[in-house]
Design a protein around this ligand. Structure first.
Ligand code: VTB
Length: 345
């Protein structure tokens, strides 16, 4: 599954990023997202595979494309028997976020990317459209931190694991009213806070790379994005824990059902008996093979954004594989017109 897919999914995220980046700074969230979805879907459908979207743009009724349950890939199409032998093909589950950080794209701000994660069928947690409390950190802290402990306690442990003073640690937190106490606590213990308006997938993954100057992600973001982050962290060996958040009082923003009780019932109907369960990266992305790919739309900590030039564009992507244990940064020049002189810098 891995070798060819690894290459093809780079193109999937590249195409989504290029499409969306044309809408950078235009103040139009919907179109920035829509064109990314269309481009991602078109390219996914050219891959020789039997894929199923498990995390996508929403339920079928609300999302015309890349909805949860949508079949993608050449081998899911009507004339599939002409090209594919269904028995030979592994069924693949796909989690997509074609425009992670739509607000960032529409405002022309840093940190947005096109992203997806892939595993064999059943290999990715089918996260409900809820929120998730997240804790991400570098691999040296794996299994030492605990999302149930206070931020103060975790930062002390992180400081020990990383062998550096708490004051030297940088924690990314989403700038939301729900994080007021968390932010105060992190500052109180002496660590530094980087507030982001959106895009916590990039922040989570950045923890696993030294040199990013991001040492932890704390706080509550969306659950589907949590699974995508976990897929990357599982491959990278980083620390990632997630716990669903179902209480609208805690979340404070976004749509999360009217009441805590209804939300718990909804989770039960989805088979989640213990709504307070803490999941680690290996549970959120449990497949034997996990692949992750992202391409910067606007510039970010890990990847540059899409840059256009006369007749083409240049992108930077990241592909991570659990099987080959690689994190590849891929720099691509896309030639839209007849290639002239390639711009390499
Ligand atoms: C979260 C976060 C994402 O949107 O979903 C956020 O995980 C929305 O949060 O990375 P609110 O509902 O609190 O506004 C992103 O930032 C971008 O999709």
């Amino acid at each position: 599954m891995e070798s060819t897919l690894g290459l093809e999914i780079i193109e999937v995220v590249e195409q989504a990023a290029i499409a969306s980046s044309k809408w950078m700074g235009k103040g139009d969230n919907n179109t920035a997202d829509l064109v990314a979805v269309e481009a991602m879907r078109e390219r996914l459908n050219k891959i020789h595979m039997r894929g199923r979207i498990v995390i996508g743009e929403g339920e079928r009724d609300d999302a015309p494309m890349l909805y949860i349950g949508e079949q993608v890939g050449i081998c899911t199409q009507e004339d599939a028997h002409l090209f594919c032998n269904p028995e030979e093909l592994v069924e693949i589950d796909i989690a997509v976020d074609p425009c992670e950080g739509t607000n960032l794209v529409s405002k022309g701000q840093n940190g947005s990317m096109a992203v997806l994660a892939i595993s064999e069928k059943g290999g990715l947690f089918q996260a409900p459209d809820f929120y998730m409390k997240k804790l991400a950190a570098p691999s040296v802290a794996k299994n030492h931190l605990d999302i149930n402990k206070s931020a103060t306690h975790n930062l002390q442990i992180l400081s020990d694991c990383m062998n550096r003073a708490v004051e030297e640690l940088v924690v990314v937190v989403m700038d939301r009213p729900r994080h007021k106490d968390l932010i105060n606590e992190i500052r109180q213990v002496g660590a530094r806070v980087r507030l982001i308006s959106d895009g916590d997938v990039s922040a989570a993954i950045s923890c696993a790379f030294s040199g990013t100057n991001i040492h932890a992600l704390m706080g509550i973001g969306a659950a589907p994005e949590g699974v995508i982050s976990a897929a990357a962290m599982r491959c990278l060996g980083g620390h990632f824990q997630g716990q669903l958040v179902y209480d609208p009082e805690i979340v404070k923003t976004g749509l999360i059902g009217e009441s805590k009780e209804n939300n718990i019932a909804r989770l039960k109907s989805m088979g989640i008996e213990d709504p307070d369960r803490v999941y680690d990266a290996e549970e959120l992305a449990c497949g034997n093979t996990v692949l992750f790919a992202a391409c910067g739309i606007t510039p970010g900590t890990l990847m540059d954004g899409v840059r256009f030039f006369q007749g083409g564009a240049r992108t930077q992507s990241l592909v991570i594989s659990s099987q080959s244990k690689t994190a590849r940064f891929v720099d691509t020049v896309h030639m839209f017109a007849e290639p002239k002189l390639l711009q390499l810098k």
